[in-house]
Write a protein that binds this ligand. Structure first.
Ligand code: XIL
Length: 595
């Protein structure tokens, strides 16, 4: 372990990584001893390797990589079909799995990466990233990376620059190259990372420099693996990194490092727990920043939040990409992380008109048989997902955003039910059926209906109250209603008195309330923003039936969406702004919670 690498990592992450560094240090020593005789003389001469402190990345953790199975002889990769669709059902951006909660490489200087692909059937895709991709539910920001797509006789190399300029719905690599290889169903790869460029050899044939951009200036290499079609499989049977010259390599296991943080005595949850025991402060969270961004992890797991809402990883297209496949890995990792920090988990969302994979969006609804199929898809999805997390996810958004968008109804208030697949096939009864199915799958989980625009008076609220009154009358097992509380512009501002009255109206029906997704625009200044956040928390924490206050993200570095023209937009709506700086809202919430 070079002192340069060790000291920089300790400086940056003293508390988080110290145990991990010690363990990894030991692992490197053990591997170095085990590999003592393995570096051939030829290699030493060819690449000027001055030591053989190579690391075997397959020794690490790969079992949270969607589509992957750890085996004695490597990692078996199967097709996931993970894709991200646009809200209108178009698109289908590849969302190839990345080993996020497990092993990646940290390095200084130059190194050689040796990989073998065995038992190739169909296609094998290996992608190397400097940073893992930030995933939203209509796109992922393709980071700087190099992607290798193999068949037994062909290799396509795509290089991404990570700039995400232009159309997010149609991000393209900056270069692609094709090579004829093989034919062989075992492929040996050698990637030489030297002086910032990446040079590739396949089966001992040098193909040349494939990338000279800054993909790996992060000093990290993250690994993704996939196949391009159902039925395709392959095995990653070797993945080793060997330093060149003064280079240093080591493996990082994020499932170890992300689990370690210290709690801030002024953390929002710490304070809230004192003011009202049992009351939860939460936020939507995603796995990529939780494992790759120390400052995100420090805020997420440092005493600010007692509840984690799974931001996108449990939406249908992420967790059930093919009729016969559930990819629980990322949500499992988030749930593990939450539980290791004594946080409750809120599952989002079982039945929703958005974020459905293409195979669901294309289900026909014309005949009685079609309708029965849609019903089976909905109920089996709910059952499988809720059972999988039984006892680990304590509450669910069972039905998300059942009310129509404002523009889609005559009164402009979105006061009728949304016309999506589930409603079209099953009528309004889909709602009761969804709750009954979820309750059967985990009778102890708290079940919510979640929507936006419920904080104001008007036709939308009246329709919502009529809906939940009927559900209660029909003895549907619904526990409460989530008020999303998005404040995207001045017109969305929440009147605390009206919110309080709505919470009480629900309480009269025997229903709980939760503030489920609050975020507040900052164009009118951070004081206005702080006042909105604080007045809503003040109402919720003072109403016994309002059980939690959750935000839709907390770190503005991840506050992004795509505009109508599909360009990437960044917002400043969250509690911590760029660079993990607390906004005035954080201090205002702390003050309120101390009173
Ligand atoms: C958001 C996602 O976080 C974004 O990635 C996506 O681009 C838009 O939708 N109400 C909800 C959430 O219930 O699922 C939405 O999530 C935010 C609004």
């Amino acid at each position: 372990m070079s002192s340069e690498l060790l000291s920089s990592s300790v400086r940056r992450n003293t508390k988080m990584y110290i145990a991990g560094v010690v363990l990894l240090g030991l692992a490197v020593v053990v591997i170095a001893i085990a590999n003592k005789d393995s570096s051939s003389g030829e290699k030493t001469a060819k690449y000027e390797t001055t030591n053989n402190r190579s690391v075997d990345l397959l020794d690490g953790k790969w079992n949270y990589l969607p589509g992957a199975t750890e085996r004695k002889d490597g990692v078996r990769i199967t097709h996931t079909g993970l894709q991200i669709v646009q809200q209108d059902g178009s698109g289908g951006q590849l969302n190839s799995p990345v080993n996020l909660y497990g092993t990646h490489l940290k390095f200084v200087g130059d190194f050689v990466l040796d990989a073998s692909i065995s038992d190739l059937r169909g296609t094998a895709s290996l992608q190397l990233y400097g940073n893992p991709p930030v995933v939203q539910d209509e796109f992922r920001v393709e980071p700087a990376s190099v992607r290798l797509d193999f068949t037994s006789s062909k290799l396509n190399v795509s290089v991404w620059d990570g700039k995400a300029t232009g159309n997010l719905a149609d991000q393209q690599p900056v270069s692609t190259q094709s090579f004829t290889i093989g034919p062989a169903n075992t492929i040996r790869l050698e990637l030489i990372h030297k002086n910032g460029s990446l040079e590739l050899s396949v089966n001992d044939r040098r193909l040349g420099v494939v990338s000279e951009h800054e993909a790996f200036s992060t000093g990290r290499m993250w690994f993704g693996a996939d196949t391009l079609a159902p039925g395709n499989t392959w095995r990653l049977s070797k993945l080793q990194a060997e330093p060149l010259g003064k280079g240093v390599v080591r493996t990082v296991d994020t499932s170890e490092s992300a689990a370690k943080t210290t709690r801030d005595a002024n953390g929002l949850q710490t304070l809230a727990g004192r003011k009202r025991p049992g009351f939860l402060i939460g936020s939507a969270m995603a796995l990529v920043p939780a494992v790759s961004d120390d400052k995100y992890a420090r805020i997420a797991f440092g005493g600010n939040f007692g509840s984690m809402t799974i931001e996108n990883a449990l939406k249908f297209q992420f967790v059930h990409p093919r009729p016969d496949l559930y990819t629980f890995d990322e949500a499992d990792a988030l749930v593990d992380l939450a539980r290791s920090h004594h946080m409750k988990v809120h599952g989002h969302a079982l039945v929703f008109g958005e974020a459905n994979p293409t195979w669901v969006q294309q289900l026909p609804v014309a005949t009685a048989a079609d309708k029965k199929d849609v019903q089976d898809v909905m109920t089996s999805h709910i059952t499988k997902v809720v059972e999988h997390f039984e006892g680990r996810v304590s509450s669910w958004d069972v039905v998300n955003e059942p009310m129509a968008d404002y523009d889609d109804t005559e009164d402009g208030e979105g006061s009728t039910l949304r016309e999506h697949l589930w409603k079209k096939a099953l009528g309004a009864d889909y709602i009761a059926l969804a709750f009954r199915t979820a309750h059967r799958a985990d009778p102890s989980a708290k079940l919510y209906l979640n929507d936006y625009g419920l904080e104001a008076d008007g036709d939308r609220w009246d329709a919502l109250i009529a809906l939940v009154t009927q559900l209660k009358r029909d003895r549907v097992p619904i526990d409460g209603v989530g008020f999303e509380s998005h404040v995207y512009e001045a017109g969305d501002k929440i009147d605390p008195a009206v919110l309080r009255q709505h919470i009480r109206q629900l309480a009269d029906l025997g229903l709980k309330a939760r503030i489920s997704e609050m975020d507040v625009y900052s164009d009118d200044g951070t004081d206005v923003q702080a006042e909105q956040y604080a007045s809503v928390l003040a109402v919720c924490i003072s109403e016994p039936s309002c059980v939690s206050f959750s935000t839709w993200g907390f770190d503005d570095d991840y506050n992004m969406w795509q505009d109508d023209d599909h360009s990437l937009q960044h917002g400043k709506d969250f509690l911590w702004t760029t660079g993990a700086t607390p906004t005035p809202a954080v201090f205002k919430l702390q003050q309120l919670l101390r009173e």
